[in-house]
Ligand binder design. Structure first.
Ligand code: F6P
Length: 370
């Protein structure tokens, strides 16, 4: 197991801590940074902020001291004061001019030592945590903090950013009910989540959707149309369809805006418009589609995400000071625990098709298109 425990005797040796944010931004990143900097400083440990993910260890001018004063007032702010990137893997870094990817990992390790860092807190999603795990294997003492609106990281019940994204998507669905009812239309709402349907499921249930399409349950359009028809029979002349961007029909492909390329995953999107058009033809009802896109990642975090992010930051510092490296903080209610990074990376936490919430939704008459 990839766990190294320096031990409590060496607590005093951790005097300078690096912190970075990687991957797509998520509401609550600043709350984690604030918690890390304040709790570390209060325990005699200085913090250095690394800018734009691991770029902060590649380029010499991208690291700065973070004092408690620097993080005052950022709890409620979206984005990240350190900047982030979902490109720039240091193990396959595309510097631009040469066109090819180079391994910059040794440069990062050298820079880590030049900055006199004793440990690193890497806040990010699956990609960032996988990179962090590789650096841990190469001797960098670090702790991971899971972040993503998609809620798809294994080992933790939830990630900060998810609650905020669900709250926003729910409000959007609430608003779409008005036009759906007034015009007797089908309103199709496409939400993010990559290959996991958590946002669609939670926002769909919270917003009173009639049909929810998620990647974990391939749909058949005829079943979706039948669900719309069944509602008409009951006198409901409008329907709300929530579509996860990563959903796909049985035997079909996901909708891609931009295919995967070196160092970047495919960008998903467009399924909502496709489903809207297809349903219009099949049902004869007028349909409109809305893609919520990055609005789901913007703005300040909900109170739940502020608290979760703060707990994650505090726990990460506790682990650093205790020498518990190679691990990720995780939410296992009622506790915040830690799990080995090696057990987390390279895996995706998807919605189990027999999850109680899926069963309950079905019992309420919500269709999953199958
Ligand atoms: O992982 C978070 C996420 O917002 C996904 O839900 C979405 O597919 C992706 O990032 C979008 O990435 P980008 O900001 O690069 O378009």
């Amino acid at each position: 197991m990839l766990v190294s425990t320096v031990g409590l005797d060496s607590v005093s040796t951790i005097k300078r801590l690096g912190v970075l944010t990687g991957g797509g931004d998520a509401p609550g990143l600043n709350a984690v940074i604030r918690a890390v900097v304040k709790s570390a400083s209060n325990q005699g440990c200085e913090c250095v902020g690394l800018e734009d993910s691991f770029d902060g260890l590649i380029h010499p001018d991208r690291a700065r001291l973070l004092t408690p004063g620097d993080v005052t007032g950022i709890l409620r702010r979206g984005g990240t004061i350190l900047g982030t990137s979902n490109q720039g893997d240091p193990f396959a870094y595309s510097a631009g001019s040469t066109g090819g990817a180079e391994d910059y990992s040794s440069r990062c390790i050298d820079r880590f030592h030049e900055l006199n860092l004793d440990a690193l807190v890497a806040i990010g999603g699956d990609g960032t945590l996988a990179i962090a795990c590789e650096f841990f294997k190469r001797g960098i003492p670090l702790v991971g903090v899971p972040k993503t609106i998609d809620n798809d990281i294994v080992g933790t019940n939830s990630t900060f950013g998810f609650d905020t994204a669900v709250a926003f998507a729910t409000e959007a669905i609430d608003r779409l009910h008005s036009t759906a009812e007034a015009h007797q239309r089908l309103m199709v709402v496409e939400v993010m989540g990559r290959n996991a349907g958590w946002i669609a499921l939670y926002a769909g249930v919270a917003g009173g959707a009639d049909i929810i399409l998620i990647p974990e349950i391939p749909y058949e359009l005829e079943c979706v149309a039948a669900a719309v028809a069944a509602r008409e029979q009951l006198g409901a002349r409008s329907s709300i369809v929530v579509v996860a961007e990563g959903a796909a029909p049985v035997g079909g492909e996901t909708s891609v805006v931009e295919p995967a390329r070196e160092g970047r995953l495919a960008r998903l999107g467009g399924l909502g418009a496709r489903v809207g058009g297809e349903l219009e033809e099949l049902t004869g009802k007028e349909a409109r589609s809305v893609r919520l896109g990055h609005l789901q990642r913007g703005g300040g975090p909900t109170s739940f995400d502020r608290v979760l992010a703060t707990r994650f930051g505090g726990k990460a510092v506790e682990m650093v000071l205790a020498g518990e490296f190679g691990r990720m903080v995780a939410n296992r209610p009622p506790d915040i625990i830690s799990v080995p990074l090696s057990e987390v990376v390279g895996r995706t936490k998807q919605v189990p098709p027999d999850l109680d919430l899926v069963r309950t939704a079905r019992a309420l008459g919500i269709s999953f298109g199958n």
